[in-house]
Design a protein around this ligand. Sequence first.
Ligand code: ADP
Ligand code: MG
Length: 285
Amino acid sequence: AARASSSMGRAAGQVAAGDWETRVDIRTRDEVGELARSFNNMTRQLGEQRDRLVQTERVAAWRELARRLAHELKNPLFPLQITVENMVRARRLPRKEFDEVFTESATTLQMEIANLKTIIGRFSDFSKMPKPQAIEMDARESVRRVVKLYSPALEEKHIQVGTSIASEPLPILGDSELLHRALSNLVLNAMDAMPKGGTLTVSIARAGEMARIAIADTGEGMTPEERERLFTPYYTTKQHGTGLGLAIVQAVIADHNGTIAVESAEGGGTRFLIGLPLIEEKTKP
Ligand code: ADP
Ligand code: MG
């Protein structure tokens, strides 16, 4: 019985550590056996629930994307339709008047088609995000570069900048242009989140096998619902936002085999945490 209960304890520990596939192999006919059966039932149900959640999240992300795209395409489509209808009606007019309507309509059509092309262009830019050209680099360089670039603009907006940079090199395989783009998007979002000023804290440190970058603001924060939709392409709460910033960040970090997480509370600021796998520094000849 002692052995059985210690094996139950171990299994419970594994579940707590995130391994939801854990099952215990106890087939006695006593209470411990009964407990083991309900434990196995529980982990199976948990696993199924998690799979359903992941599915639901994916569906929600696609819905959001489809909704945004439909919304954006609707705007130029309406004038296209009206203009074509005008042209058809104008055929009954005398030649000279028709020519006028025709010329004017052709201009409108061309403009709205150009509009459509822009929308589609943005969409395809995003789908064609280049794969990283990764070379050995010091992750601290990316952080230094982004801080240096945006410090003047941040200070102008009454945002104080705090930095904390590891004293030892943090070698990664990275594409410095793409990483710069990703970090820039996070800093720009932080700036948007603090219209009345605040503090931006950027840090990079070693965390085990990872270079850990944190970008934290003291802005308006987010609700849990907002936090869930954050990375969805075209999700934006801003009047002139594209909603592509964080989708790009996520793509870049994923392509670097990294991780990204966000912590935020409504009114309590936001913190993005990025992990990039470190490589062993080449031993000097
Ligand atoms: P955009 O900046 O064009 O809106 P993003 O993908 O960069 O698109 O961000 C999506 C949304 O996530 C923003 O509209 C905003 O609502 C939210 N968000 C992102 N970063 C922050 C932040 N630091 N603080 C509060 N909200 C944020
Ligand atoms: Mg943005």
